[in-house]
Structures are given as C-alpha cells and as structure tokens.
Design a protein around this ligand. Sequence first.
Ligand code: 3SL
Length: 232
Amino acid sequence: MRNIDVCLSPELIHQYELKGKIVVVVDILRATSCMVSGLATGVAAIKPLADVDICKGLKQEGYFTAGERNGSKVEGFDMGNSPFEYMEPHLKGQKVAVTTTNGTLAIEKSKTADQIVIGAFLNLTAVAKYIQQQDKDVVVVCAAWKGKVNLEDSLFAGALVERLAASHQPECDVPRMMVKLYQIEKNDLFTFVKESSHARRLNKLDVFKDIEFCVQEDTFDIVPVLRDGHLV
Ligand code: 3SL
C-alpha cells in the first residue's frame, strides 16, 4: 500500500515532503480544467508560468498567451482562462503559455516533486489509473484562492482519495476529511460548487457555463504531465 496526502493550499506546502512523490496539482476553477481540456482536444503543449511578463514574452517565440488575474483575461493576451477557449480549433497543434492567479503558482511551488501531473474532475479516472501504474506516494496540491482553502479543489482531492482507496492509504486526516465531503456531495457536485466563493466570484464575470463544465467527471481520458517545463 502507498500513501496519499492532501495539501489544501500552496501556503501549507512547506509542511509536505514532495521529493520522491507524484504531485497532482488541481485548480478546478479553472486552470487545471483548462489545461486538461486544451491538451485533450489538440493543443500540443502548455507552458505554465507564475509570472505575467515572462508569459507575455513567449508570444515572440510562437506561443499563444493565456491566463487571468482575478478571473479576468490579462491585457494583451490571446485568451483568458476558460476551458472553451482552450478547445478552439485554431489551437490544434499549437503551444500555449499560461499564467493564472493560483493554478500556475501551485505548479511552480510543487517543483521538488518527482513528477507533476494535472488533475481535474474532467480527467479524474484517468489520473487515478495513471497513479496506480506508478507505485509511488501521492500528494494532491490544491491551488486554492490566494492561499485560502477552497471547496472545489478540496472536493477533487476527496474524489481522488476515494478512487485510490485500494492502492493508497491516507497519510494524515485531511484526505479522510475530504473523502467524506466528496461522498456526501458527489451525486450533485454542481449544486454544491456553484455556491463556492470562487463560483460566486466567477458569476460576476458571467462564466456560469465554465463552472458547469468544470465539475463534470471523466469527460477526457488524458493525464497531462510536466516534462521539461511543458505539460504534454
Ligand atoms: O487562479 C487560477 O489559477 C484561476 O484558475 C482562477 S480563474 O478561475 O480563472 O478565475
């Protein structure tokens, strides 16, 4: 049996040993849902970056630039942070450089891990199967919101703990807590998540359909892995 642990916010990441482990980074609303959607529908590679200016500079190297700050598209970027933008046909075979408020920061902070993979409800079962093939301990790193724990990423952590019950035991109490939460709410994630603080924040930006899309389970059968700075 291997272990699974859950880091509910990048602010807590110093409490976790990531070396030798697989980290699953999750930002349901919306960064990792976007990454999964884009790569599943033909984007060739995604470069996650914490810094807006570095991301902007990659336009000159042929990347499409994507991302948000506080939910809104960054001025001068090609696209914002909606999964529907990532699934546009013109992105097939293209590279995207992305920076977001929390999601790409969580990736940056997880870099001591052996491997970083990208999780979302959209690829939940694919991630679980991938992990079962690796025989390694796992830490789910929730992107949260500016350091504050959020509902949707925590729920995903619970979902993954449940999917891995046969191969990975909870290391501390957080995975146990989150799996209970997921089990209570899993039959109608949308109703629960639409009341979350970030869903309310996003509603002001009129992206309700993004939320509906991002809470669907197993729409895609891919597992983005970070290799040489790119998710592929
Ligand atoms: O913080 C992030 O990484 C984003 O996913 C936030 S938003 O959903 O695009 O507002």
